[in-house]
Design a protein around this ligand. Structure first.
Ligand code: HEM
Length: 534
């Protein structure tokens, strides 16, 4: 056999069907040049040396060498799907957003679920917050609701986000543990950050180990605004409720599943959608005005607080259906860029200091991660409505202004112009004050809602919280940090603090943490007592 024939028969079934013929297209370089041989580098004789001149080889390896992009600095591990949002009824009384004007309106959507702390290759069933990021391709541009499966957050001010994320991720000297809240740095930061106590209750609850993405709620967390055509503002909280209800696994199940199938959540979503079981969520709104907000002891700008649903019933306003998996994971799920700043006219921000910081962070990080200011040219990030602007050039520019004018105003009558009527107008809230770095007094109560959450749990759920805190804190080696955590738990609920202290073998209870705590004598007796003694 000649050298050429040997090559064709090498490898598994490497016969003639490996060649372009019939419907099989010719393999090309990225420049479109047809490739004659994709099995052998160009050499002097069959045994080399190899030649620099081999541009097939160099292009192929060059591209491979650059396949990786930075993983997301948080929420690195995720999985997404396409679908649509269907509006139930017009919400014109509250918002001028086009997506909410007509009953039955369908808007294309892309959703990415994620864990927060683990790297891209970590396991699905970590005890962690889950990201629930929704991109709605509205007729007035992309609207991203970049939420989580928990309604509150660890910190009140975005300036603490880098510290919080450093503390939750692997420790810098040893580079472990990955994807776990079970370590000293995490509990050190948390125990020094009492505002995180409400979130810690959620994180130690069954909500942090969901059975599947399909059985999770989603929350926009912050208070946002809706603004109607008369420029009247209503505060709003966004809540996604799964049609299937909520389910979690138990911790011992999570541990086994992580070992046996680290892709458990991915596989579940893939299987469900591929078999036509399309998961569905209802978007619910909690709508309220300033007077209502003023009636609370807490501040509606504080992202560590919820508005209890018993106090303000969420109203279902539409449904989100996920019915199609991406054709390509990298192109879509990996390259999708969510940003809290993406809101349509009729949706606006509140002064929540965490939200204000996020509005800077997401745009900034996308440049690093996707490598070019033109990341909106990637199909998954491009609007699906008409769009016209004068932004131009930069790396990977796919769409530049057409014609002579790349600025405005211009005398050529070319290009788009602003529209005071149709365009986004910020709600003209009256603001005044001194330039200061201060937390408001209204953000000071860190325990009441943590306690409310703990007491709202059923007995088995409370037991799971105790077990989770015991397990996670048992991995924290520093006794002072453990004791400091217990001192906070005693403020959340005395029996909770005592139970965790007992299980951790802390003989002498620490003093409850010194913090601004409202009087506790009006609280209901804790049902935790009975379950913990069992
Ligand atoms: C990523 C939610 C707070 C910065 C994400 C993602 C979600 C999310 C769901 C993943 C998006 C995706 O699937 O691609 C939240 C929620 C927060 C919060 C609900 C609080 C209520 C913050 C804060 C900052 C921040 C305070 C910074 C100041 C980031 C960054 C990414 C990210 C940089 C990576 C984005 C990317 O590379 O695509 N967040 N986050 N987040 N978040 Fe947040």
């Amino acid at each position: 056999a000649t050298i050429h024939e040997q090559k064709l028969t090498r490898g598994s079934g490497g016969e003639l069907h490996q060649l372009a013929q019939g419907d099989i297209p010719v393999l090309t370089t990225a420049q479109g040049g047809p490739v004659s041989d994709d099995q052998n580098t160009l050499k002097i004789g069959a045994r080399g040396p190899a030649l620099m001149e081999d541009f097939f080889f160099r292009e192929k390896i060059f591209h491979f060498d650059h396949e990786r992009i930075p993983e997301r600095v948080v929420h690195a591990r995720g999985y997404g799907a396409h679908g649509f949002f269907e509006t139930y009824e017009s919400l014109a009384a509250y918002t001028r957003a086009d997506i909410f004007q007509r009953a039955g309106e369908k808007t294309p959507a892309f959703v990415r679920f994620s864990t927060v702390a683990g790297s891209k290759g970590s396991f699905d069933l970590a005890r962690d917050v889950r990201g629930f990021a929704v991109k709605l391709y509205t007729q007035e541009g992309n609207w991203d609701i970049v939420g989580n499966n928990m309604p509150v957050f660890f910190i009140q001010d975005a300036i603490k986000f880098p510290d919080m994320v450093h503390a939750v991720k692997e420790e810098p000297d040893r580079a472990f543990p990955q994807a776990q809240s079970a370590h000293d740095n995490f509990w050190d930061f948390i125990s020094l950050t009492p505002e995180s106590m409400h979130m810690i209750m959620w994180l130690m609850s069954d909500r942090a180990i969901p059975r599947s993405f399909r059985f999770m709620q989603g929350f926009g967390v912050h208070t946002f605004r809706l603004v109607n055509a008369k420029d009247e503002s209503t505060f709003v909280k966004f809540i996604w409720k799964p049609k299937l209800g909520m389910q979690s696994v138990a911790w011992n199940e999570a541990v086994k599943i992580n070992g046996a199938d680290p892709d458990f959540h991915r596989r579940d979503l893939w299987d469900a959608i591929q078999s036509g079981n399309f998961p569905e969520w209802e978007l619910n709104l909690q709508l309220f005005d300033q007077d209502f907000a003023d009636g609370f002891d807490f501040d509606i700008l504080d992202p560590t607080k919820i508005i209890p649903e018993e106090v303000l019933a969420p109203i279902p306003v539409g449904r989100l259906v996920l019915d199609r998996m991406p054709d390509n994971f990298f192109a879509e799920t990996e390259q999708v860029a969510f940003m809290t700043q993406n809101v349509p006219p009729g949706v606006d921000f509140s002064n929540d200091p965490l939200l204000q910081g996020r509005n800077f962070s997401y745009l900034d990080t996308q440049l690093k991660r996707l490598g070019s200011p033109n990341f909106t040219h990637i199909p998954i990030n491009a609007p699906k409505c008409p769009f016209h602007h004068f932004q131009q050039d930069g790396h990977m520019a796919m769409r530049n202004p057409v014609g002579r004018a790349n600025y405005q105003p211009n005398s050529w009558g070319e290009g788009p112009r602003e529209s005071p009527q149709q365009g986004f107008r910020s709600f003209a809230d009256a603001e005044e004050g001194q330039k200061v770095r201060l937390r408001p007094e209204s953000f000071a109560d860190h325990y009441s809602q943590a306690r409310q959450f703990f007491l709202s749990q059923t007995a088995p759920e409370q037991r799971h919280i105790v077990m989770a805190l015991t397990f996670e804190l048992s991995k924290c080696e520093n006794p002072a940090i453990r004791a400091r955590m217990v001192s906070h738990l005693l403020n959340v609920d005395q029996t909770l603090g005592e139970a965790v202290a007992d299980k951790l073998g802390i003989g002498k209870l620490p003093k409850p943490a010194d913090a601004a705590v409202p009087p506790r004598d009006d609280l209901p007796a804790s049902p935790a007592l009975s379950i913990i003694e069992n």
